[in-house]
Design a protein around this ligand. Structure first.
Ligand code: C2E
Ligand code: CA
Ligand code: CA
Length: 688
């Protein structure tokens, strides 16, 4: 058995080497059984034992109980002896029981071929170990993150070699799982899916990247095509990280949104928003000599078509109109639907108004051809307003407004046709605006008032009611007739406020008249279209304390011309309330008979143009007699309007009219002048 001294001396030169290679480490010696025989200060620092505390004890003291159980100390020595060196890492214990991660080297020591013991070098590498563990942990998390992320990711180095990729990368790019492996070149990977095409594709990718574009969309063919967004992040060393994301749903949603935002859902043609963009561009070009024409197109009486044939047919008709309009245009033109039955068309690259005119005529003709919708053959006509760019304007809104104004004129003239924008239309609009402003002021300043004209019972020739007629006591112009301001009020929508004011006022004033005196009030279509109109009438009646059966509304045929179901139903509801409905100015409208069939009016008022001619004109007599007969056969009372002479009155009485109205009996007068007339009428009634 070698002495400790021997052991120390013989091992000295070897351990020196070890110590040199592992600077800052602890070393100590064991005898052949593993008993500590020497201990240096490094060892003392590392393990906490002083030399005299440990020398003589077995080195397994430094091992954890787990290592002891598995026989680690003995194995270390055996391996070192058998292989000449044993290296390991593991937890070791300090004297105070704390642990440190040790890098351990054990080598046998021989003296003259005789094994005399071991030298053991231990290094505290807890910090390195922790860093490694941290790294391993991080890598694990990274792996987990990479394999769980919905995006595909691939890292390439500057030589286009794949360094790392996750599973999603293969999935999203359509490469079979496992086929793209680290170490492969980009081109090799592309070959998997593209074959011979890979080289070109590779070139293309390089060129794209060189041009500074680091993203693109791929279409991956499959059962259903998928869209994959690729985005590259260039790395300082020349490599790059590419992320792949399946954006099929997003793309689809975007496309849907784009469709909704820019196309009309019913007809599939562009909507106002898209048209506006297009118009702006075209106007921009028109400044450079590329003239264009904007057409505002409106189908006349579309509402009646819808009422007669139903919504479905109406919708189909709109689709067919859209198709015909599109077929009438050339490449570079655009048709859009901008409202219920309103279309716009932009004709580009024209030489001047002549080309626009030709287009307008073509469109009118094309829309005049019969439409075959389901089993119906439908005929429509349309009106067109035209504005030219740059001539009429170089702003989209301005041009739109001018085309609309021209359309409005075309419709107003009540003809199916086209109309070019003209400066005088704006002048007219300007006057209209002034009147409108004045009217607003008139309402505020209480300049409006009602005149009343007696309604005469033919039998008793006494007043049985009054029609309220609006007057405007203008501070400068004096008394203004409704014929002058009602059209403007109707166009601006102010008529609702004015009409409602008239109703309220008429009811309030009628409240002080005898109960049997009815009150007739004229109504505008806009009032009837107002959803709360029924409630308004109820409130006005109860507020004034007037019974509904004293109230008679007068509407004109033009109110019904729109064929609006809503208006019909409102009229019906008013009748249910007990209010009577009269059809005013009868005979001046269009297809009067159909209205009489569709709605049970309480009264017909024969327009004064017929009455005025009664004495002199045989056809007028025939017509008036026919109207009176018609009224009787439909169970309606008939009033003759505008009676200015006894002769006219006699005719009307003979024809069966039950009431008359006219200057001969009573002129429209302010409420202050009515007292006497009312008293007379009351006296007369008592006498009768
Ligand atoms: P209308 O409803 O047909 O009213 C009858 C018009 O004929 C009144 O004209 C009246 O003054 C006039 N008139 C009555 N008898 C005779 C006559 O014997 N000879 C002649 N030459 N004319 C006669 P006015 O007051 O100028 O009203 C014109 C139109 O304005 C009314 O025609 C009516 O459509 C409208 N209007 C009047 N007040 C209102 C209202 O409160 N609301 C609405 N929406 N329209 C109203
Ligand atoms: Ca009237
Ligand atoms: Ca009338």
């Amino acid at each position: 058995m070698p002495s400790t001294q021997q052991l120390e001396q013989s091992a000295e030169h070897r351990s020196k080497l070890l110590i040199d290679s592992v600077a800052g480490c602890a070393y100590y010696m064991l005898d052949t059984d593993g008993i500590v025989t020497s201990w240096n200060t490094g060892a003392q620092r590392a393990k906490g034992y002083a030399a005299d505390e440990i020398i003589g004890r077995h080195f397994s003291t430094f091992y954890s109980s787990e290592d002891l159980v598995t026989g680690e100390p003995a194995r270390a020595l055996q391996t070192a002896l058998a292989k000449g060196r044993y290296e390991t890492e593991g937890w070791r214990l300090r004297k105070d029981g704390t642990r440190f991660w040790a890098s351990v080297i054990v080598e046998p020591v021989h003296e003259a071929d005789q094994h005399i013991g071991f030298v053991k070098v231990t290094r505290d590498i807890t910090r390195d170990h922790q860093a490694e563990e941290q790294l391993a942990h991080t890598n694990k998390i990274l792996d987990l993150a990479l394999s769980n992320m919905s995006q595909g990711i691939a890292l390439f180095d500057s030589t286009e070699t794949l360094i790392l990729a996750n599973e999603q990368y293969s999935k999203l790019t359509g490469i079979p799982p496992g086929a793209a492996r680290p170490g492969m070149k980009l081109q090799e990977i592309l070959q998997i899916g593209l074959g011979a095409e890979a080289e070109n594709r590779c070139k293309w990718i390089r060129e794209r990247r060189a041009s500074g574009q680091t993203s693109e969309f791929l279409t991956i063919k499959g059962e259903t095509d998928r869209t994959v967004a690729v985005s590259e992040q260039l790395l300082p060393d020349g490599g790059w990280v590419a992320t792949f994301e399946d954006v099929t749903e997003r793309k689809n949603a975007e496309q849907t949104l784009e469709r909704i935002a820019h196309y009309d859902a019913l007809t599939g043609i562009p909507n106002r928003a898209l048209f506006r963009e297009f118009l702006k561009k075209a106007i921009g070009q028109s400044k450079r000599g590329n003239k264009c024409a904007l057409f505002s197109i409106d189908i006349n009486r579309f509402r009646s078509v819808k009422n007669v044939y139903g919504h479905r047919v109406g919708d189909e008709l709109l689709k067919a109109v859209a198709r015909r309009l599109q077929n009438s245009t050339r490449d570079g033109d655009m048709v859009a639907r901008v409202g219920g039955d309103e279309f716009v068309l932009l004709q580009t690259g024209i030489a001047g108004a002549k080309d626009a005119e030709a287009m307008a005529i073509r469109v009118l003709e094309v829309l005049r051809l019969p439409f075959q919708i389901e089993t119906h053959e439908i005929l429509i006509d349309s009106s067109i307003g035209i504005a030219l760019a740059p001539q009429d304007g170089v702003e989209a809104d301005e041009l739109n407004r001018k085309a609309d104004l021209a359309l409005y004129r075309a419709k107003k003239a009540n003809r199916a046709g086209y109309n070019f924008f003209e400066q005088k239309l704006e002048v007219h609009l300007e006057t209209q605006r002034t009147v409108e402003q004045d009217l607003r002021q008139a309402l505020r300043r209480d300049e409006l008032e009602l005149f009343y004209q007696g309604l005469i019972d033919v039998k008793s020739e006494s007043i049985v009611g009054y029609e309220a007629l609006l007057r405007w006591r203008h501070p400068l112009r004096g008394m203004v007739s409704p014929a002058e301001f009602i059209p403007t009020a109707e166009e601006s929508g102010l008529i609702v406020e004015i009409g409602n004011w008239a109703l309220h006022t008429a009811l309030r004033q009628a409240a002080s008249w005898p109960d049997y005196v009815k009150i007739a009030v004229n109504l505008s279509p806009a009032q009837l279209r107002n959803e709360s109109f029924i409630q308004f009438v109820k409130d006005a009646l109860s507020c004034a304390g007037v019974k509904p059966n004293r109230l008679e509304f007068e509407i004109t045929e033009s109110t019904l011309m729109d064929g609006d179901d809503g208006i019909m139903s409102t009229l019906g509801q008013l009748q249910t309330l007990g209010v009577r409905i009269a059809l005013d100015d009868f005979g001046t409208g269009f297809s009067s008979l159909s209205y009489l069939r569709n709605f049970q009016f309480d009264r017909l008022k024969i327009d004064r143009s017929f009455v005025q001619d009664l004495a002199s004109n045989e056809p007028s007599r025939v017509l008036t007699r026919a109207i009176a007969g018609l009224g009787a056969s439909f169970g309606m009372a008939v009033t003759g309007e505008g009676v200015e002479s006894r002769a006219q009155f006699d005719y009307l009485r003979a024809m069966g009219c039950s009431e008359v109205q006219g200057f001969y009996f009573s002129r429209p007068k302010p409420v202050s002048d009515m007292k006497e007339e009312l008293r007379n009428c009351f006296v007369q009634r008592c006498v009768v």
